[in-house]
Design a protein. Structure first.
Length: 202
């Protein structure tokens, strides 16, 4: 019986180590906790965040560790209305530059397409978001709701969509604090320099 228990303990420890190694393999390190967040050092790490949607957790922590240049890099919005990005994303005062999205159809366009998340301390520079048939379009997030967005900014570039178009967030239901933008915005209805449309935070 004692030998059987030892085997079971070893098997459990091995599975835990495998899960940790998987996270390290996906990102630049970390376990996703507040004390040890998933670390994003490279463009590949950032792209992995988008592909890892099956493992997004409400209390998972992500931390950007370096400035990233997305010139000539294809990035899909993180999160859809059916699979929202959740978690805590700490931009760590870093800059993501040259975010480019050219969307012919579909709503919720932005770095975070549809996010029920805490997002803070992130700077976006020289964005080009072109989604002429889309609703909920913003450089940071197409839709953000239920949590907080703090100390984020968008500097230079253009954001264009159809309805609910904002330089920072297209449709917002989050608490916004200390955010600003300085880029061009265009659309048909509900267009704003910071937010396209703001609904009451719940």
């Amino acid at each position: 019986m004692e030998r059987k228990n030892r085997i079971q303990i070893v098997a459990i420890l091995s599975m835990v180590m495998l899960l940790n190694l998987t996270a390290w393999a996906i990102y630049g390190g970390g376990r996703g906790t507040a004390a040890d967040p998933y670390l994003i050092y490279t463009v590949a790490d950032l792209q992995a965040l988008g592909r890892d949607r099956g493992n997004w957790g409400y209390y998972d922590h992500y931390k950007l560790m370096a400035d990233l240049d997305l010139n000539d890099v294809e990035i899909q919005p993180f999160g859809t209305n059916d699979a929202r990005f959740v978690g805590i994303f700490n931009g760590n005062g870093k800059t993501i530059s040259n975010l480019r999205m050219d969307v012919a159809s579909g709503d919720y366009v932005g770095l975070f397409g549809c996010a029920e998340a805490e997002i803070r301390d992130l700077r976006l520079v020289e964005v080009e978001i072109n989604a002429p048939q889309s609703t909920c379009v913003g450089a940071l997030a197409g839709w953000a709701g239920g949590r907080t967005v703090e100390r984020c900014c968008v500097e230079d570039g253009t954001v264009s969509g159809l309805n609910k178009v904002g330089a920072l967030i297209g449709e917002n239901g989050s608490q916004i604090s200390q955010c600003y933008t300085s880029c061009k915005v265009s659309g048909n209805r509900m267009v704003g320099g910071l937010l396209g449309w703001h609904s009451e935070h719940n």
